[in-house]
Ligand binder design. Sequence first.
Ligand SMILES: N[C@@H](CCC(=O)N[C@@H](CS)C(=O)NCC(=O)O)C(=O)O
Length: 206
Amino acid sequence: MITVWGNADSINVQKVLWLCEEMAVQYRNIDPRLEFGAIRTPALLAINPNGLVPTIDDDGFVVWESNTIVRYLAAKYSAGQLWPTEAKLRADADRWIDWTNSTLWPTMVPLFRAFFRTAESERDAQAISIATQETIDCLSILNTHLGSNEYVGGQLFSMGDIALGCAAWRWRAMPLERVELRHVDRWLDRLEARPAYRKVVMLPLR
Ligand SMILES: N[C@@H](CCC(=O)N[C@@H](CS)C(=O)NCC(=O)O)C(=O)O
């Protein structure tokens, strides 16, 4: 049995929950905030010295860091499908996981903080405008890639879509001026057609 520690509205936790749903594995989700009133509980710190979620326990094997968890679970439970076994196909999926972390998400964090962590009267319109443009610049790279690929790792849905799809939902759901990113929009429409994505990722942002 897989235990996933983490609050279901966290982007990093959602990657793991969405993957578990896609793979139809048995898992349980413990939200330390709901169950114990805080995330950094002694029980969580005992298995993850960072005191962060997601953290998983897969039959006694503990893993933390959301993207490592995604790779580990996909390799163990979905090799040949969500975790491509062919090295080049796997690199095609993998690169977008790392790109989300290193490139896209850092450009989106200021937007997320502005809209969901800052009172409207205190928002910095110029900072929002700069971060919006930087995010559009990043997404344009993805848009070009998706012009000739159904999914980020190629023609099939894979673990690469999991990390990126969680960030992209936040882009879609944020109250921003829209620019046309036709291929990104069509890819997001494809993700939205997946019951697991609707169930786990498409939640109101907080
Ligand atoms: N790099 C880590 C980041 C984990 C992280 O920052 N988790 C946040 C939730 S998204 C957390 O546990 N916050 C609780 C806290 O800071 O007390 C990952 O990808 O798993």
